[in-house]
Design a protein around this ligand. Structure first.
Ligand code: 5GP
Length: 118
């Protein structure tokens, strides 16, 4: 696993050191609204586990990764995005556009998404 910075902003949200608009929490993950939304609905789903990037997950995280996807889909349904569609994005590393070094799923909806992504 690459180095994990325990003071990254999502670790601080998990420790409740900085506020977030939570939409879900359970024993394995937390979800909240993105502070700079890129779509009318923009949620972030993060594991409680200290994983910096998707590529740091291992076979032991298979269940956790599935859980994050199911939570993302459930939240999208709850937010009324499921019929029209939405996008789930994971950025890994610099070229992937990852700014915060704690694994997170973006759930974006409420507008048409372009393809290919920028
Ligand atoms: P990344 O570029 O790492 O895939 O996405 C990081 C996301 O975290 C960005 O969409 C950014 O707006 C969001 N973000 C950064 N800092 C905060 C924060 O303090 N609170 C919340 N709710 N979102 C944040």
């Amino acid at each position: 696993m690459s180095g994990y910075d325990p003071n990254n902003v999502f670790a601080r949200i998990l420790r409740q050191e900085i506020p977030a608009r939570l939409v879900h929490e359970d024993e394995r993950c937390v979800a909240f609204r993105d502070i700079a939304p890129q779509a009318p609905t923009h949620l972030l789903v993060i594991p409680r586990k200290a994983l910096a990037r998707l590529g740091d997950a291992g076979p032991q995280d298979e269940g956790l990764l599935g859980h994050l996807l199911l939570v993302a889909a459930g939240l999208a349904r709850r937010e009324g995005l499921a019929d029209d569609g939405y996008r789930v994005v994971i950025n890994h590393g610099r070229r992937g556009g990852q700014a915060v070094s704690h694994l997170h799923l973006h759930v974006l909806g409420g507008r048409d998404m372009a393809w290919p992504p920028g």
